[in-house]
Write a protein that binds this ligand. Structure first.
Ligand code: ATP
Length: 373
């Protein structure tokens, strides 16, 4: 593509008007996996590996979708199928209505320009300044020097490091390096941004800042973001949808708030335990014992503003229980209020069992933590 035609794209500076996407005219999905499997063939005496099997899901245009799984679950394979670096063994991967798995050569390279990617270790060229790293994909795409200069300035401002134009990667912090990585990934105005563990090497504060930047980019530019991660805290902070991968299969998927309040698969529950397990105040955690005491302690996940108060009132009314609220934590997850309530249930084992049965009947996700004296 010639530089002149690339200039026809509107500017992408946050705060300025952006390309209007006509949702009615666009089909819903930006990425669609259609009964995809991926097997790496046997090689030099090593057996073949089935990395993905029966993968069938769609990523909505303009969404932020988290793909979470343990090491070896198949996350990187999934990403490489989206950007066409790998071909599926069976099925199709459709990106923006094109079967990317069927593209080769120049067609594939052009399609890949609309799919940006950021990495855990940034993958910057150490011999190039921040500006020249960002310029690289534009040079490859054949942009003119003048257009590259304008675009790079715009991108540096977009990611909040306008003053780092001439800095080399060795002179930048981890967060700043990732900002360069994000600017480079956005340079050719992609529709999809793939983030492969992009915050895994960063401290929690920098992680938060980078995830905030990605949220802004999604909001302002409408770029569909696919977040590959092994950390539920990343999904919780940024994603609206989540796909849980285990051993090459999608074991659960849906709205983040639904999955947080009703995790079904054990692997999802274990991911959630990592982010919610530390939510008990130390003073309460230290009082919880497993021998029967005066109150059974039950943790319940609730959704929606005021849901906690309503639940306690219903338990009082319908089961006649004088429930005490031992601890509560409310988060905003996937745009919804999600609460984790720790309730004290008096009345011994019978009352605790009735409460659990009632919660389960009304489809609350609940777990017994023990008793307090
Ligand atoms: N190029 C390859 N050749 C052979 N086997 C591969 C190749 N790439 C991945 N695999 C295997 O496929 C399975 C899924 O790997 P993949 O890298 O997709 O998982 P992952 O969830 O990204 O893991 P991690 O978080 O450790 O990177 C693993 O068993 C892995 O060893």
């Amino acid at each position: 593509m010639k530089a002149a035609s690339m200039n026809a794209h509107p500017s992408l500076v946050i705060g300025q008007p952006i390309e209007i996407r006509d949702a009615a005219a666009q089909p819903e999905a930006m990425v669609r996996f259609e009964t995809v499997s991926k097997t790496y063939p046997a090689y030099r005496g090593k057996p073949g590996v089935v990395a993905l099997q029966g993968i069938d899901f769609a990523i909505a245009r303009g969404s932020i979708t988290g793909v979470i799984g343990r090491s070896g679950a198949g996350k990187s394979s999934l990403v490489r199928l989206i950007n066409g670096l790998e071909k599926p063994t069976t099925g199709r991967v459709v990106v923006d209505n094109r079967d990317i798995s069927a593209l080769t050569g120049r067609d594939l390279r052009l399609a890949q320009r609309s799919i940006g990617m950021i990495f855990q270790h940034f993958n910057l060229l150490s011999s190039r300044t921040a500006a020249d790293n960002i310029a690289l994909p534009l040079e490859i795409a054949g942009w003119s020097k003048a257009d590259i200069k304008t675009r790079v300035t715009e991108l540096l401002a977009l990611v909040g490091i306008a003053d780092k134009h001439d800095r080399y990667p060795s002179e930048l912090s981890g967060g700043q390096k990732q900002r360069v990585g994000i600017a480079r990934a956005l340079a050719t105005r992609p529709d999809v941004l793939l983030s492969d563990e992009a915050t895994s090497a960063l401290d929690p504060q920098t992680t938060r800042a980078i995830l905030d930047l990605l949220a802004n980019i999604n909001r302002e530019l409408g770029v569909t973001i696919v977040l590959i991660t092994h950390e539920m805290s990343v999904v919780r902070q940024l994603a609206k949808e989540v796909v849980v991968l285990d051993a090459g299969h999608v074991v659960e998927s849906g709205h983040v708030a639904d999955i947080f309040t009703h995790p079904k698969h054990p692997i999802t529950q274990s991911f959630l335990a990592e982010v919610t397990g530390d939510s008990l105040p130390v003073s309460l955690a230290s009082r919880i014992v497993q021998e029967p005491g005066s109150q059974a302690v039950i943790r319940v996940q609730v959704r929606g503003a005021g849901a906690g108060d309503t639940l306690i009132a219903r338990l009082a009314r319908e089961l006649g229980l004088d429930v005490s609220l031992l601890s509560a934590r409310i988060d905003e997850i996937g745009g919804q209020h999600v609460g984790s309530l720790v309730l004290g249930i008096p009345g011994g084992e019978g009352a605790a069992a009735r409460t659990q049965a009632w919660l389960s009947h009304h489809q609350f996700s609940a777990e017994r933590l023990g008793y307090v004296a």
